[in-house]
Design a protein around this ligand. Structure first.
Ligand SMILES: [Zn+2]
Length: 154
């Protein structure tokens, strides 16, 4: 473990201790790393659209945590109406209509909840799918943070 990795692990422990829960800590960590331009240094894998329209998710490592930040996404008008209610859209979207917020997952924690546990919001205009937490863990096994290799095209 390099000094930077060790610093990051300590930073994460402190962040988790002062956050109201683990999800809040993960959200803060992701936001901070992104705002500081430091996310590439801890990235271990990326998921992108097959047709290259967007980055769908970034897997990154902080201490012993494997986190996966799924980007926010827009659903087509038809799908949006069929898959959600008006009240749900008003409550949960960024624009009150069809722009859904991203989410930062703790991938090991998710994988521990069962073999079929997955991230179900791996979405762009061309792809609407999910990725198993266990597949993410397999993809980043042995990968050094900051050296993510080729992205998975969904
Ligand atoms: Zn796409």
């Amino acid at each position: 473990m390099s000094n930077t990795d060790a610093d990051l692990a300590l930073w994460w422990i402190a962040l988790e201790a002062k956050s109201k829960d683990r999800q809040a800590a993960l959200d803060s960590a992701h936001q901070w790393l992104r705002d500081a331009g430091a996310l590439p240094k801890v990235t271990t894998h990326k998921y992108v659209c097959q047709r290259g329209c967007k980055l769908i998710a970034t897997v990154f490592q902080i201490g012993d945590v494997v986190a996966c930040a799924v980007e926010d996404y827009k659903l087509s008008p038809e799908l949006n109406l069929s898959e959600s209610t008006e009240a749900g859209r008003a409550r949960n979207t960024l624009d009150g209509r069809g722009h859904w917020p991203g989410h930062v997952y703790d991938v090991r924690q998710l994988a521990a909840s069962g073999p079929n546990a997955s991230m179900d919001d791996m979405i762009c205009s061309h792809h609407h799918g999910k990725v198993l937490a266990s597949d993410v863990l397999a993809a980043v096994d042995g990968v050094r943070p900051g050296h993510p290799g080729a992205p998975t095209r969904l």
